[in-house]
Design a protein around this ligand. Structure first.
Ligand code: UD1
Length: 369
């Protein structure tokens, strides 16, 4: 298969695209991938580092209010469409896949106008602006949450495929997760992580909880602060407890997140779409603290969907405190039946086969052409 992937801005748009590319190559080694992204976005570093050919297209986003910048954005969009058409005519893909972010706009639109089959993937329960615009041009919209199906009514085909990041985590080794933390297999782990960049509000609460954690002596707490917050958080923890106990493990970032997730009993997390797909695919009970700093508060919609199914408890950031979070962790970790019930509910939502479902859709689109 010759496939163009496009998506960018945050890891939340890039990792699903890469997971789809990985599955395409697993199914057919002779496949060729071209990734089209913005020249300065995160994708311009992540994608070439994985050995995938990358071509840039300049684009900026629309402002939600009427402004002169929007005129410039439209002109840049049209230029982006011309550039995308050149790249597509040269690469001659069988199919084009967009996973959200502004850059998808010109690329998927250009592909549709050239008659190349297109699929867009929406990660969030509340769809993004670019995907809403592209939905009427794409041949297929793949969503990750059941409740976003009605949000794409003017689409040729719509399917719930889940988020392909889920496929990566179920392939990972749980034993490696314990080993990498230096813990015996089967240790009970509470993993707390504030998304790919860390979250100050969650780090503040980690510090507040340090003196309380002795109440759960058989539990290991793995606190992931985010690279930029690590030094400050460590300093504050040491001020509270000069010799941090052996059951507290503080790390700036986890490069083997799928393995550590596999080893975790409970996860306390932001509710970014990929994180939720990973947690549910593994059937891990969770406490979700949505980031209030995202468009349309979409992390709360993501979290609500998982909490309503009984797989998670949600705490709104303004109601977050060390004491409140610890009481909830304590209640869940000391109630085996509740852990089992939450785990079963999470597994029901999880879609570990997501990447194959999407690649099947791509094969259908190509056959139909
Ligand atoms: C702040 C922000 O705008 N977040 C948005 C961003 O997600 P953002 O990229 O912040 O978060 P996601 O939860 O979607 O993805 C994070 C990814 O990073 C990985 N990870 C994280 C920490 C770590 O130490 N190691 C590691 O590997 C996770 O396993 C996951 O695969 O795009 C998502 C998809 O549109 C949205 O739902 C989020 O609301």
């Amino acid at each position: 298969m010759r496939i163009v992937l496009t998506g960018g801005g945050t890891g939340g748009h890039i990792y699903p695209a890469l997971a789809i590319g990985k599955r395409v190559v697993e199914e057919d080694e002779s496949s060729s991938i071209l990734y089209i992204g913005t020249p300065n976005g995160l994708e311009s570093r992540i994608v070439p580092a994985q050995g995938i050919p990358f071509e840039p297209v300049e684009i900026t986003g629309f402002r939600r209010k009427l402004s002169y910048d929007n005129v410039r954005t439209i002109l840049r969009f049209l230029k982006g469409v011309r550039r995308s058409k050149e790249l597509l005519r040269t690469f001659k893909p069988d199919v084009v896949v967009g996973t959200g972010g502004y850059v998808c706009g010109p690329v998927v639109y250009a592909a549709a106008k050239l008659g190349i089959p297109t699929l867009i993937h929406e990660q969030n329960a509340d769809p993004g602006l670019t995907n809403k615009f592209l939905a009427r041009y794409a041949d297929c919209v793949a969503v990750s949450f059941q409740e976003s199906l009605p949000r794409f009514s003017r689409t040729k085909r719509i399917v719930n495929t889940g988020n392909p990041c889920a496929t990566n985590v179920v392939q990972a080794s749980r034993d490696n997760g314990f080993n990498s933390l230096g813990l015996p297999n089967g240790s009970r782990i509470v993993l707390m992580v504030g998304g790919s960049r860390g979250a100050k509000a969650m780090n503040d609460v980690m510090v507040d909880m340090v003196p309380m954690l002795g109440r759960l002596p058989d539990v290991h707490f793995v606190f992931v602060t985010g690279e930029s917050y690590y030094d400050g958080t460590m300093e504050r923890m040491k001020a509270v407890m000069p010799r941090i106990s052996n059951n507290i493990h503080v790390l700036p970032y986890l490069h083997n997140m799928p393995e550590v997730l596999g080893a975790s009993t409970l996860v306390v997390s932001r509710s970014g779409a990929s994180s939720l797909a990973e947690i549910t695919a593994l059937g891990i009970p969770s406490i979700l603290i949505p980031s209030p700093n995202v468009t349309n508060n979409h992390q709360e919609a993501n979290a609500r969907s998982v909490a309503d199914a009984g797989a998670a408890k949600m705490i709104i950031e303004r109601e977050l405190s060390g004491a409140a979070l610890f009481e909830l962790i304590y209640a869940i970790m000391t109630d085996g039946q509740r852990l089992n019930e939450m785990s079963t509910a999470a597994l029901k939502l999880g879609m570990p086969q997501s990447a194959s479902l999407i690649v099947n859709e791509l094969n259908h689109l190509i056959e139909k052409r």
